[in-house]
Design a protein around this ligand. Structure first.
Ligand code: ATP
Length: 480
């Protein structure tokens, strides 16, 4: 694969080449786009390296690309971004980098193509394609990246200790690429990660998190987590997760290793959904098992309340990892807290009120919760897996039936706070909320039906017991 000209279908490659010719400037495609082109992966981000000013070059390209082009120029960085349709073209002058010990931000000076290829993280990311007229499409591969791609190997172009020490984020990137592409990390490169792991501390949490999320979004995330664990990076970047590893044995009774179990759950889920937050829920569903673990001589190992304690741990973990402290965190908390509920339902005799309660607590996320629970079945015993799956089918059926009947998802009790205030001439206060929740509980428990008349009657009974005086009987406002 010496020449890739016939793979450069887009018209803009020719335009870039023409601008290079007209301005007597050498220009190359470089990095991830070249890698993905060879691996036949879809990529719409293209990096161009220019032997000269990236900004001046990009201005000429943008002018030739016609309508619908957006261009941005970043003078401070000497880079330019040109967008058209779904394509993002980035132009930058070739660079030479040198690093200081305390920072992953290099000192940058103008360089040659060779300098620019040397500063790349891996051989598979250091390939470039010439866009000069005389050898348009020629692959320039100084570090045998093509061989590494064929052998499915991640390797640094220079001494790996230097590469990782200069910019420790590259250790995360090595593991991320290995996971995404299902490549192996070459032995020396891999050992250097272990030696340089502590350098990861100079990288911002946000950058580490970006890589971690890409690992989690891979087809088989367990691969990345096993590498993070084995190299010692996991203990530094996400120690709470590392705590799950290990098996204790008392009187010959061992519990399962929750680290491997969690990774199985995550892989199972990854086959069903790309929802990053549901994948995070899988990662954290058993996070409180180490702190709730007890040994009871009669029943063996227990992890009582790990779903509640786990939900409580979620905000701290999100804060530590710089994950968003918003509704996404609350979603993960909810999933962690509820992850045993469908299992309990499938084991017990399933009552309508238990189903209703689950529908109410999970709301619109009920399908996600069921998906998580099914992924949580990691038994190696086929008969058992079949039984669990059948039980879940039953739970799903029941959920549908009760939802049809009661419309409980995102439901509000039929008697509103306004109605309560008007009835007893009360000002907004905690009392109103308390009365509302007693009514809600009664409906969820099936003590009264889910309609205004019964709920209002129940409210009046409650009020009488509490000595509240009725000021005015209020009719169902929905029917007015
Ligand atoms: P993806 O699009 O999957 O994130 P990518 O390789 O395109 O993969 P980018 O982060 O866009 O990732 O980087 C583009 C190119 O820049 C890389 O292919 C690599 O050559 C170079 N690069 C990026 N980050 C680093 C780094 N930390 N150290 C050295 N080179 C890097």
């Amino acid at each position: 694969m010496e020449n890739l000209a016939d793979k450069l279908h887009q018209e803009f490659f020719r335009i870039v080449s023409d601008v290079g010719f007209e301005t007597n400037t050498k220009v190359f495609v470089i990095g991830g786009y070249v890698r993905d082109l060879i691996l036949e992966r879809v990529s719409k981000d293209i990096d161009f390296v220019v032997l000269g000013s990236g900004i001046a070059f990009a201005r000429k390209v943008a002018a030739k690309m016609g309508s619908g082009v957006q261009a941005k120029y970043f003078k401070n960085f000497g880079t330019a971004m040109v967008r058209k349709d779904e394509w993002i073209l980035e132009f930058v002058g070739a660079r030479k980098e040198s690093y200081r010990r305390d920072s992953r931000k290099p000192l940058v000076e103008d360089g040659t193509l060779d300098d620019d290829q040397k500063r790349r993280d891996f051989t598979i990311n250091a390939l470039s394609i010439s866009l000069q007229k005389k050898d348009y499409g020629r692959l320039l591969d100084p570090f045998n990246g093509l061989d590494d791609m064929n052998d499915r190997v991640i390797r640094t172009p220079l001494d790996p200790d230097l590469t990782f020490s200069d910019d420790p984020l590259r250790m995360m990137r090595a593991i991320r690429f290995s996971t995404q592409l299902d490549f192996e990390i070459e032995k020396n490169t891999y050992r250097a990660i272990g030696r340089n792991k502590n350098r990861i501390k100079i990288v911002s949490n946000e950058r580490v998190l970006d890589e971690l999320n890409l690992i989690i979004l891979s087809d088989k995330p367990s691969k990345g987590f096993l590498l993070l664990e084995d190299t010692g990076l996991l203990k530094i970047i996400f120690p709470q997760f590392g705590e799950l590893k290990g098996v204790e044995v008392i009187n010959g009774n061992a519990h399962k290793d929750n680290f491997y179990h969690t990774l199985d759950v995550l892989d199972n889920l990854a086959r069903k959904t790309n929802n990053l937050w549901l994948r995070w829920s899988a990662l954290l569903h058993d996070i409180a098992k180490p702190v709730t673990k007890r040994y009871d001589p009669k029943v063996g190992w227990t992890f009582h309340g790990h779903e509640f304690i786990g939900a409580k741990m979620v905000p701290r973990i999100f804060k530590f990892l710089k994950l968003p402290m918003n509704e996404r965190m609350r979603y993960v908390q909810k999933m962690v807290q509820l992850h045993l509920r469908p299992i309990v339902l499938s084991e017990d005799h399933v009552t309508d009120s238990a189903i209703r309660r689950l529908l109410f607590d999970a709301g619109d996320d009920i399908d996600d919760l069921m998906m998580l629970c099914e992924a949580d079945i990691t038994s190696k015993n086929d008969a058992r897996v079949k039984r669990y799956m059948k039980n879940f089918e039953l739970v799903r059926k029941k959920l549908n039936e009760v939802e049809e009947k009661d419309r409980i998802r995102n439901w509000q009790p039929p008697v509103s706070g306004e109605v309560i205030m008007e009835t007893f001439d009360l000002k907004p206060s905690k009392k109103i909320g308390d009365l509302k929740s007693v009514i809600r509980e009664a409906i969820l428990d099936g003590k009264i039906a889910n309609n205004y008349e019964e709920a209002y009657k129940y409210l009046l009974q409650l009020a009488e017991k509490e000595g509240l005086k009725v000021k005015k009987l209020v009719k169902n406002p929905e029917k007015e």
